[in-house]
Write a protein that binds this ligand. Structure first.
Ligand code: GLN
Length: 476
């Protein structure tokens, strides 16, 4: 019988008891990937290589010198570099480009004997909330194949939910880990900005981007964080703060002081049933002895516009390097320098990416710089001050992760504003740099899941993970 694993502990137990081996585990994941090809979660599967690596690690286990992640099968979002492997950011413009080096996170995972099984589909350059902006087709939600899995790290979320790997990495610039985790009913963590190195992550908006894990439970997220987080001389924005042993202290009985924003709950775009169930969840928290208070947060309407002004500005600069010369795709119609730029970029980028490059170029143009870019920077600062103030008084801010359950494929793709409003509750953490997690705690009467999001102060992942662990354990 095919074995499905939902925690690393089960795998470690079997490896220890010799009831399974890394080779058997990898083979069974490969089989499930084959059976679930219709989900389109993977852009490439490193089958032979993963089996080879599994064999090596089995030998290490036999000699008792395997790393901490021996037996953990991991997928990478296709914007995280893995040396000598293709990387496309789900864009045509990277063509057959292969990474020349591995991201720091990848090196750290490999050093602990994780097995990388493939690269996952995502929205092009991580821009999107439904995985419908991929040049390689959309991804299906395994819970209901007519629905989107969320985005932009849709393939990573689906790979974990459908048991095509144990853990996947994604990147979160405005919700791209938490929202797909919410849509696929799993755990998704966006760490503090600067907790995890961005070296080797294809940049979308550099002052927002963070890499983080998708997992079935908190223990696995904590363990992966322990390995990938921490100082890196290749990323000067990466903090030198010591990384706690997150996985070793996940039990907590501490009562927390929690807040939620009235404006979030009164938001018209919030599904009424999510609202009712969210408020009922708050009652449960109170019954469990936590303090939960509603407060005013008058900035809700500024979040999405500020996010889109600043991220498109950064994206327009970051994506200037795809010029038809340095990387991947060059238009066959190019005949001189200008036509190389123009035609390669026009043909190589998809609609949403082009929209954002143009928006970003506009907000940075000399006549509009102060009106948009400078103004948005000031709002960002204001949000940061206000958020730090709230988080010095409260342990956590709680909210729904997304205003809706997963929507129909194709339904919102023509309406960018509606799509941007999907990010209304998630962009706050990226604008202010604080860590935030989506937990699979809700089920709608339409049969679909919705996540609950907890946000805390910078570098407070330990507390966030321990608290999340207690909540999920009490749920089961
Ligand atoms: N949905 C958001 C966007 O399209 C978030 C993307 C992300 O976090 N990478 O920008």
């Amino acid at each position: 019988m095919e074995k499905i694993y939902t925690s690393f502990e089960e795998i470690q137990q079997e490896l220890k008891n010799k009831t399974s081996s890394c080779q058997t585990i990898v083979a069974s994941y490969l089989q499930r990937i084959e059976q679930n090809k219709h989900l389109n979660a993977f852009l490439e599967v490193f089958a032979d290589e993963a089996l080879e690596k599994a064999k090596e690690i089995d030998a290490k286990i036999a000699q008792n010198n395997a790393g901490k992640l021996a037996g953990m099968v991991i997928a990478l979002k296709d914007n995280i570099c893995y040396k000598n492997h293709k990387i496309s950011a789900s864009s045509k413009i990277l063509g057959d480009f292969e990474s020349l080096f591995s991201a720091t996170v990848v090196e750290r995972l490999l050093a602990e004997d994780a097995i990388i099984i493939g690269r996952t589909n995502c929205d092009e350059f991580a821009m999107g909330s439904s995985n419908e902006n991929s040049a390689f087709g959309n991804v299906l939600n395994p819970i209901d194949n007519s629905k989107v899995p969320g985005g932009s790290s849709g393939g990573s979320a689906v790979a974990v939910k459908a048991n095509l790997c144990l853990v996947a990495l994604g990147s979160d610039t405005g919700g791209s880990i938490r929202q797909p985790a919410s849509f696929c009913d799993i755990v998704g963590l966006k760490p503090t900005y600067g907790r995890v190195s961005r070296n080797g992550l294809i940049a979308y908006a550099s002052s927002f981007d963070q890499i983080g894990p998708f997992t079935n439970n908190i223990q696995d997220a904590a363990l992966v964080m322990e390995i990938i987080a921490g100082a890196d001389e290749m990323d000067s924005t990466c903090s030198k703060k010591e990384v706690p042993k997150y996985s070793e202290s996940l039990k907590t009985h501490t009562k927390s002081k929690i807040t939620y924003f009235k404006s979030y709950i009164e938001n018209e775009g919030l599904d009424t049933e999510i609202k009712t169930k969210f408020l009922a969840f708050i009652e449960q928290l109170k019954a469990a002895g936590h303090t939960v208070e509603a407060i005013d947060f008058p900035y809700l309407d500024f979040l999405v516009p500020t996010y889109y002004v600043l991220t498109t500005a950064e994206a327009s600069a970051n994506l200037a390097r795809y010029d038809g010369i340095h990387f991947g795709y060059r238009s066959p119609q190019a005949f001189d320098l200008e036509s190389t730029y123009l035609k390669s970029r026009s043909e190589g980028f998809g609609t949403e990416v082009k929209r954002r490059i143009m928006l970003g170029t506009y907000v940075l143009s000399s006549g509009f710089y102060d009106a948009y870019y400078t103004k948005a920077q000031k709002v960002r600062r204001l949000l940061k001050i206000k958020t730090d103030e709230i988080l010095s008084e409260y342990d956590f801010i709680i909210s729904p992760t997304s205003p809706n359950t997963p929507f129909e494929i194709g339904k919102q793709v023509e309406d960018p504003i509606k799509m941007y409003l999907e990010d209304i509750y998630t962009v706050h953490a990226n604008l202010t740099g604080v860590p935030s997690i989506s937990l699979p705690l809700g089920k709608h009467s339409n049969g679909l899941p919705f996540g609950i999001q907890f946000t805390t102060k910078s570098f407070n992942e330990q507390r966030l993970l321990a608290f999340s662990n207690t909540l999920l354990q009490n749920k089961n």
